[in-house]
Design a protein around this ligand. Structure first.
Ligand code: ADP
Ligand code: MG
Length: 730
């Protein structure tokens, strides 16, 4: 009899009737058609309302009730031309997913006449029944009030499902008492802090700079597998990763997948989700295969950070949804397959001014180069002083698999800047002396000016093993996990940069006050920052053991697990930094910490349960069935009078299976015991640590024996699709 696995694999290889992607159209002809952008606002709004909208976007101020009514009604009119019947406040609760609660425009008037209505009050604020979103205790559940409030800086958009369209209004999510309960609120706060600090520093160089915004271009890695095959793996369905599975004979050793031709089925899927993305104004630019089989990447043109974050979250939803139409499944987990590369999400970050300057791009004149140097060195100093906060910002159960393994940036935060800039910095360190004379000044400036642009041409020595790398005109934070909300690390990066710039400015101002020339004062503080943050710079192989040792000497943090990494976000120092810049109050910070710990515990708990269940219902039964075959065979051979010699192989296999069966059985029992103990621990940090140190170690142990069995047991008894089948998408 064919097993479910076998029949699915049969169908899979027999069936080539797969949906096509969309017909090719010029992207510019429909880009952003489902977004209420300023162009559409202009068309649908009165002058007055349009001005009010624009000014509230620019200055992040509230829109008054009257204008709100006008904007709401225009939004509804626009949405109705597109066949929209419902609207929702779209927000990013701390669960990591997005949330929506759909309401109809439809309502009844006093005389029961049916009309469609959408007013300012409903646009601006809603009170979703939020009792089950995590709040880390900020919002006692009996008092289920949380508010979503419109964020005009991210434009409303329409989500099209097969059976209807919904107007989505990006919102923040806060508690009754105004504490943030989402990922977006702190991000917006960090933008405000950074803008103020950056503009203040820019004023040294250019009085016309009155606004600075952080920009983000993310690179999203993901796996795509066949949906039917995925449906027969309870682990993939429940946890997003495989908890069992032996590495295939041919994995990624040949690296023939990287930048190879994209498989036909995946290509159709990509075209399809790209089209949906373009309609939503997500400016996707590149797509390609990644290193691992069935692994891919896409990246957009960078945008202002808040919009870029929304677009990434939207895209993850979109990919997951569109994949279903193609009978595919997208895996955004950081480590879906053991011994196969995991997935990350590089966050390319920079700062853009209202004058059109990228502050992290080397300039063309001595003056702009000094501005570049100041921002460049401030970033290095920010990361050096706050690498603990960056580490905490990327901590998750999924990302632990990457940061610990030898394929992704290590858990040690360091910065790569390339040979040329390393030389420039050491030059400044040596050259700028206390008695800085005019000649030095001229020469130093000239040197920098002449040579920095060459760096842009020199992309050859890019170091792929660095968690934080300068790549010519931006920094790239590479340790972010594939499933993460970029808002979290971006909030940290913006905040620590703001803090460092404030510090920078106060030191420069002090020197100027003491009589130093502005440029020289700036160079002196730049020099000081270089000296203070030298130990974070590392150009070598971040995957090597030598680096771990060296990093320890340099006293750089190397925390490999989530519960401990999360400690860093609630340190005394973190608390002060966040409250100084009005990002998180102490309460908010602790609540967030609590939510993240609970989230970690739940993830590990679910994995542990799945491992126990699959051991008992898939792995052991397959092994025992095969043992029965062997027993029958041995008995038969004996009946025929075959001697010990003739049955020794069968016996050996039989015993080997017993060994693994016993080990699995014993360890699953012990794991369950450990879980019982952990579950009664009151304190969530202690409980998270118990899950990490007492329960998780069983995973690898049980898996080791199960994966051995996979190689021994008769293939026809093995119910779980094997790696070679899961990763064979064409
Ligand atoms: P790679 O790092 O794979 O070589 P690129 O350097 O072309 O690729 O860019 C990667 C990402 O960096 C893209 O999403 C791109 O939009 C983004 N990027 C480029 N310039 C900036 C910038 N100034 N600010 C933020 N992101 C940027
Ligand atoms: Mg990159």
């Amino acid at each position: 009899m064919e097993t479910l696995r076998q029949s699915i694999i049969h169908d899979y290889f027999a069936n080539n009737n797969l949906p096509d992607g969309p017909v090719t159209k010029k992207v510019s002809s429909y880009f952003g058609e489902n977004v209420f952008d300023l162009k559409k606002a202009r068309e649908f709004l009165s002058d007055e309302a349009f001005k009010s909208l624009v000014s509230s976007i620019r200055s992040q101020t509230k829109i008054d009730r009257k204008m709100g009514d006008q904007i709401a009604s225009a939004l509804k009119n626009w949405a109705e031309t597109k066949g929209v019947t419902h609207y929702t406040h779209w927000f990013q609760p701390l669960t990591g997913a997005t949330a929506e609660k759909h309401d109809s425009f439809f309502t009844l008037k006093g005389d029961r006449t049916a009309i469609e209505e959408f007013d300012g009050a409903t646009l601006i604020q809603q009170e979703p029944d939020a009792s089950s979103f995590p709040s880390g205790g900020l919002r006692a559940t009996f008092e289920a009030r949380g508010y979503t409030a419109w964020d005009p800086s991210s434009p409303p958009f329409i989500i099209e499902m097969r059976n209807g369209k919904t107007l989505c209004i990006p919102t923040i999510f806060v508690s009754y008492t105004g504490e943030s309960l989402d990922a977006k609120t702190p991000l917006l706060r960090s933008k405000v802090a950074l803008e103020k600090a950056a503009v203040d520093v820019c004023q040294y160089f250019d009085k016309n700079i009155t606004s600075v915004i952080p920009t983000l271009g993310w690179e999203q890695e993901y796996f795509v597998i066949d949906a039917s095959i995925a449906s027969t793996r309870p682990d993939l369905l429940m946890t997003g990763r495989t908890v069992f599975g032996h590495a295939p004979a041919k994995g990624q050793q040949l690296e023939d997948h990287y930048f190879g031709a994209i498989p036909e089925r995946v290509y159709a899927f990509m075209r399809d989700f790209e089209e949906e993305a373009y309609k939503l104004g997500i400016p996707l630019k590149t797509r390609h295969n990644e290193v691992a089989p069935c692994q891919f990447e896409c990246a957009p043109i960078y945008e202002e950070v808040n919009l870029a974050v929304d677009h990434n979250i939207l895209l993850m939803d979109l990919m997951t949804r569109v994949a279903k139409n193609h009978k595919l499944r997208v895996l955004l987990h950081e480590k879906p397959f053991a011994k196969v590369n995991g997935s990350g999400k590089h966050n390319n970050w920079s700062l853009a001014t209202n004058t059109g300057v990228n502050l992290l791009a080397p300039g063309k004149t001595p003056k702009t180069n000094l501005m570049f140097l100041a921002f460049f060195v401030n970033t290095i100093k920010a990361v050096n002083d706050n690498s603990d906060l960056l580490r905490a910002s990327i901590a998750s159960a999924g990302n632990d698999h990457r940061l610990g393994g030898n394929e992704a940036p290590p858990a040690i935060i360091s910065i790569f800047i390339g040979q040329y800039l390393t030389d420039v910095l050491s030059e400044i360190e040596k050259r700028v002396s206390d008695k800085f004379d005019e000649q030095d000044e001229a020469m130093l400036k000239l040197d920098i000016h002449k040579s920095i642009p060459e760096l842009l041409l020199d992309n050859t020595d890019r170091n792929r093993t660095s968690p934080f790398a300068f790549t010519g005109n931006k920094f790239e934070f590479r340790a972010v996990g594939a499933s993460a909300n970029c808002a979290v690390p971006m909030t940290v990066l913006n905040t620590i940069m703001a803090d460092t710039l404030v510090n920078f400015k106060s030191q420069v101002d002090a020197l100027i006050e003491a009589g130093e020339k502005k440029e020289i004062a700036i160079l002196h503080v730049v020099q000081k920052f270089i000296i203070e943050s030298k130990s974070i710079l590392f150009e070598g192989d971040g995957y090597s053991d030598a680096w771990e040792k060296e990093a320890e000497k340099r006293r750089l943090g190397n925390i490999k697990t989530t519960p401990l990494a999360l400690d860093l976000m609630v340190s005394e120092k973190a608390e002060q930094l966040y409250s100084r810049h009005h990002i998180f109050s102490k309460n908010e910070l602790e609540a967030r910490h609590e939510v993240l710990l609970e989230n970690y515990i739940k993830k590990i708990q679910i994995e542990s349960r799945i491992i126990g269940e699959m051991s008992g219902t898939y792995i052991l039964p397959a092994a025992i069935k095969y043992q029965n075959v062997l027993i029958k065979n041995i008995k038969g051979l004996k009946e025929l009078g075959i001697d010990e010699n003739g049955i020794s192989a069968q016996k050996q296999i039989l015993l080997k299976i017993s060994e693994h069966v016993n080990a699995i059985n014993k360890n699953v029992k012990l794991m369950i015991e450990a879980r019982k103990k952990a579950n009664i621990i009151e304190n969530s940090r202690e409980r998270a640590l118990a899950y990490c140190d007492q329960i998780k170690p069983f995973f690898d142990n049980i898996r080791y024996h199960a994966d051995k069995l996979e190689l021994i047991v008769d293939d026809q008894f093995w119910q779980l699709p094997k790696y070679r089948e899961i990763l064979s998408l064409r």
